[in-house]
Design a protein around this ligand. Structure first.
Ligand SMILES: NC(=O)c1ccc[n+]([C@@H]2O[C@H](COP(=O)([O-])OP(=O)(O)OC[C@H]3O[C@@H](n4cnc5c(N)ncnc54)[C@H](OP(=O)(O)O)[C@@H]3O)[C@@H](O)[C@H]2O)c1
Length: 212
């Protein structure tokens, strides 16, 4: 199956590194275009190709790895999903200006982020509305990228959660996570697993499990 990655920042680049270690092919893209990815491609080797967003977006499995506020513009310009798989790696947080005065009412100010109010919906429900016709699987969102980048730790295998409403799509994402070196744990449907693993307040958000 072909894999596309949209976003080459903390999440996208580190997922590319993880895939590259196992020789898994993927096309990675960002807003600045393929030339801006030369250093990353030189680092990770030939299994990862730099592409345009349009090239990454036609893959069988597309990881969306952009900030929440970038989603509406990005996802409004996508080709028809036609049942292709979209991995929602996002979290509904705003990244704060480090030089701005700290808001004492924001419990996440020390981490440089602020929760985005989704009116009581969980983020993958909102995300799914932006990718009509896609089979959405939530995954790769719950760990800091420095942790996520190491699939093995302390002699065990890093756990990655995934959730979704389409069994076949989940099976394909599970295979990908396992091929990438993770121990994949199914959290159920999007309505169940999404809020469990979603940052900032999901009970499994940022919890780092290792399978021995
Ligand atoms: N950082 C973490 O530890 C972490 C962990 C798990 C999940 N997440 C989630 O992953 C998502 C990305 O976070 P991040 O830390 O990777 O952010 P980031 O470092 O700011 O990277 C964002 C990436 O999105 C790209 N982008 C923005 N708008 C775009 C557009 N219209 N078309 C194509 N590419 C676009 C940017 O392109 P340019 O490079 O060209 O600017 C950049 O490569 C967020 O939703 C975050 O909550 C983050």
């Amino acid at each position: 199956m072909s894999i596309g990655i949209i976003g080459s920042g903390g999440l996208g680049a580190n997922v590319a590194r993880v895939l590259a270690k196992k020789g898994i092919s993927a096309t990675i893209s960002n807003s600045r275009g393929p030339a801006s990815l030369a250093a990353l491609i030189a680092e990770v080797g030939p299994s990862i190709k730099a592409g345009t967003v349009a090239e990454a977006a036609i893959a069988d499995i597309v990881l969306v790895a952009v900030r929440w506020e970038s989603l509406p513009e990005l996802l409004s310009g996508m080709p028809a999903w036609n049942g292709r798989i979209v991995i929602d790696g996002t979290n509904p947080v705003e990244f704060l200006d480090p030089n701005a005065p700290k808001d004492p009412t924001n419990p996440l100010a020390d981490w440089g982020i602020k929760a985005i109010d989704l009116g009581g919906k969980h983020s993958s429900a909102v995300f799914s509305e932006m990718v009509p016709g896609a089979r959405v699987v939530k995954a790769l969102n719950h760990l800091d990228v420095n942790v996520l980048a190491q699939t093995e730790a302390s002699g065990g295998t890093r756990v990655q959660f995934y959730s979704g409403d389409d069994a076949a799509a989940k099976a394909d994402v599970r295979k990908l996570l396992e091929a990438a070196g993770y121990f994949a744990v199914d959290l159920g449907t999007l309505d169940v697993g999404g809020p469990l693993a979603q940052l900032p307040f999901g009970p499994l958000a940022a919890i780092n499990f290792i399978k021995f």
